[in-house]
Design a protein around this ligand. Structure first.
Ligand SMILES: Cc1ncc(COP(=O)(O)O)c(C=O)c1O
Length: 395
């Protein structure tokens, strides 16, 4: 009998993509929409990166290439991590992947057995529990609560560990909250992983997008060399979402397992994009710091304006480019708020439950959009806020 494998029903989609699809529908009907739903920088890679991709094509770099990534890019990634994250990584530990999401998938596929438990943050990137479930593993969430400024609570994480726990997933700066884990939290998480002999999968895709301070990788902590994998990529820090480029830094005994995943799926990442990625990492034009400085300006304005909306409360994020707004004060559900924002105000945002049950009273807005768009968005939201202000008065 023909049927779809049951693992597909175990996986879930992404709230951002469904809001985006509805927003596009409304746009096609002529409605003006401000897109604050997707986690996509409104920048493009700098001229030198675009030149490098055409140069690579001119030079015929459009062949099958090394499964783990071209040697020059692996070396450049190691140098980049040394320079920007102060971690000593060998090029032999770096595997280039077609995006961060694929890197996460393959790392989990390589390390988890069916029934293994994976600790992950709630709210968090929806791919974490979905991939784990799809692989027959069991996602177990730890809450990032407003009470704790969205930092993992070590006692809570420790209490969730059982003999079946195999992996701890971390994400700093985090999507959707923008939290940068404190060094005390990272140190304690690392110690817990050592004590309980867990793999650590550290999603560091927003590492370059922080608003002050030095970024500290999970790999910096004692005992992490042999058990931590970093996943990072070019989508956010280098505004290269559509290029589908990411990488994993893995302990030496994990590298062959990830190479086996590559051989059996994508074979290799497009050669010409890998050569252009070297230019992105060198960043001679300072494109990344400029983009982050611009995000910092927008963050300040947007968070201030959001806090002026009746019923909205938003802590300024320490990293990434999301405003994570507590909408409890509106007396209306996050789903209804997002429906009103999209259908009546033409502002696309995501109900927090798309990031896990702990997000149910929140809405995520991306501020990777122009200052004018953000200003117009908050003006529109203020206008429609009379709808929930009415319901507040009735209560
Ligand atoms: C925390 C996190 N990890 C991974 C990804 C996926 O990144 P990529 O575009 O490299 O697949 C995203 C994208 O939104 C993200 O927010």
């Amino acid at each position: 009998m023909r049927s779809i494998a049951s693992r597909i029903a175990m996986m879930s989609g992404e709230g951002a993509l469904s809001v985006f699809a509805r927003a596009k529908e409304l746009e096609a009907q002529g409605q003006s929409i401000i897109h604050l739903e997707l986690g996509e920088p409104d920048f493009h890679p700098s001229g030198s990166v675009v030149d490098a991709v055409s140069r690579a094509l001119d030079e015929g770099k459009d062949r099958y290439c090394a499964v783990v990534g071209v040697a020059e890019l692996r070396q450049e990634i190691a140098a980049y991590l040394r320079r920007t994250r102060n971690i000593d990584v060998s090029a032999d530990n770096v595997l280039v992947a077609p995006g961060c999401k694929a890197a996460l998938f393959f790392a989990m596929m390589a390390l988890l057995e069916p029934g293994d438990e994976v600790l992950y943050p709630d709210p968090g990137f929806p791919g974490y529990p979905s991939i784990a479930r799809g692989l027959g593993a069991v996602p177990v969430s730890f809450e990032l609560s407003a009470r704790n400024h969205f930092q993992p609570d070590i006692a809570d994480v420790a209490a969730k560990i059982t003999p079946r726990t195999r992996m701890l997933l971390t994400n700093s700066p985090g999507n959707p909250t923008g939290t940068v884990y404190s060094s005390a939290v990272q140190r304690d998480l690392a110690a817990l992983a050592v004590e309980k002999d867990l793999w650590v999968l550290s999603d560091e895709i927003y590492a370059r997008i922080i608003y002050g301070g030095e970024y500290v990788s999970m790999l910096s902590y004692p005992g992490m060399r042999e058990r931590a994998l970093i996943v990072d990529g070019f989508s956010k820090s280098f505004a290269m979402t559509g290029w589908r480029l990411g990488y994993t830094v893995a302990p030496s005994d994990v590298v062959p397992a990830l190479a086996m995943m590559a051989i059996n799926t994508y074979t290799c990442v497009a050669e010409f994009t890998q050569y252009a990625a070297i230019e992105a990492l060198r960043d001679r034009e300072g494109a990344t710091p400029r983009m982050v400085a611009e995000f910092a300006r927008r963050k300040q304005q947007f968070v201030r304006d959001l806090n002026r909306i009746p019923g909205f409360r938003c802590e300024a994020p320490a990293g990434a480019f999301y405003a994570w707004v507590d909408i409890c004060g509106t007396g209306t559900s996050a789903e209804e708020i997002c429906r009103i924002l999209l259908e009546d105000a033409g502002v696309a945002a995501i109900p927090g439950a798309a990031f896990g049950p702990a997000g149910k009273d929140f809405v995520r807005f991306s501020f990777a959009s122009s200052v004018e768009n953000l200003r117009e968005a908050t003006a529109r939201i203020l206008k429609v806020s009379s709808v929930w202000q009415g319901s507040l008065i009735e209560k």
